[in-house]
Design a protein around this ligand. Structure first.
Ligand code: KIV
Ligand code: NA
Length: 261
């Protein structure tokens, strides 16, 4: 997958996207996905943080490297963490170019609408494709007072304006998170770049979910997540059985034991 090929899917077959933070998950998701996102949600999902604000550029680079090693066909996009891009387009370019150089990813994603348009334009014109992220922006949880979906009609125009601004700035696609279905529909029709929804109805050009949420490996999930698997139960069963067998000395068995030559 390439950025232009991804953009050409606007209005066509829905774009399939998932997060991946590690090489083995990337290898699995890569078989079916158009895009793998190394999301800063990794701070909460695999590092146990209460929100995404503590995630560093080093976290994103380390996990980005792992995912790039595991992916062969999908577009790999790495999130810019809180504090790494907001200050100025120049700071954003310095940090985003580090991410691209050190991971080999194809593009970066950053949260923000109109206020980030100059930064998106600065990066996009200098060889770094940008995926924007509007609607519910987890990095703004302290100003918003939590993770709040956009459901009040009075807020809709502002989010449509954000979508138009990031498109005009040169974003190749935009994640639309946590918005009511009519707003997702308005955004998708208002812009000519693919909208990728999460908690944003089927009225988008594609969908993304957090891998651990959809396979049932993260205990607390929002209502928009559909669980397609029960990985936590499977893993608990495996480790419980292992513990029982070690205690009973039934593992390792003969077949797991080296014989003398
Ligand atoms: O960090 C993340 O996983 C994301 C997606 C949910 C869009 O930003
Ligand atoms: Na994110």
């Amino acid at each position: 997958m390439t950025v232009p090929a991804f953009m050409a899917r606007k209005g066509g077959d829905p774009l399939v996207c998932l997060t991946s933070y590690t090489a083995h998950v990337a290898r699995i998701c890569d078989e079916v996905c158009d895009l793998l996102l190394v999301g800063d949600s990794l701070g909460m999902v695999i590092h146990g943080m209460p929100n995404t604000l503590g995630v560093t550029l080093e976290h994103m680079i380390m996990h980005g490297q792992a995912v790039v090693r595991g992916a062969e066909r999908s577009l790999v996009v790495v999130d810019m963490p809180f504090g790494s891009f907001e200050e100025s387009p120049e700071v954003a370019f310095r940090n985003a170019s580090r991410v691209v150089k050190e991971t080999g990813c194809h593009a970066i994603k950053l949260e923000g609408g109109r206020e980030m348009a100059p930064t998106i334009q600065y990066l996009a014109r200098r060889g770094i494709p940008v995926m924007a992220h509007i609607g519910l922006m987890p990095q703004a949880m302290n100003t918003a007072g939590g993770f709040k979906a956009v459901r009040d009609e009075a807020q809709f125009d502002a989010v449509v304006d954000d979508a138009k601004a990031v498109e005009e700035a040169g974003a190749f696609s935009v994640v639309v998170e946590g918005v009511a279905a009519p707003l997702a529909d308005r955004i998708t029709h208002a812009i000519s770049i693919p909208t990728i929804g999460i908690g944003a109805s089927a009225n988008c050009d594609g969908q993304i979910l957090v891998f651990e949420d959809m396979v049932g490996l993260f205990p607390t999930v929002p209502s928009f997540v559909k669980r397609y698997g029960t990985m936590e139960e499977m893993m608990r069963h495996a480790v419980t059985t292992y513990a029982t067998e070690v205690q009973a000395r039934s593992f390792p068995g003969d077949e797991h034991t080296y014989k003398k030559k």
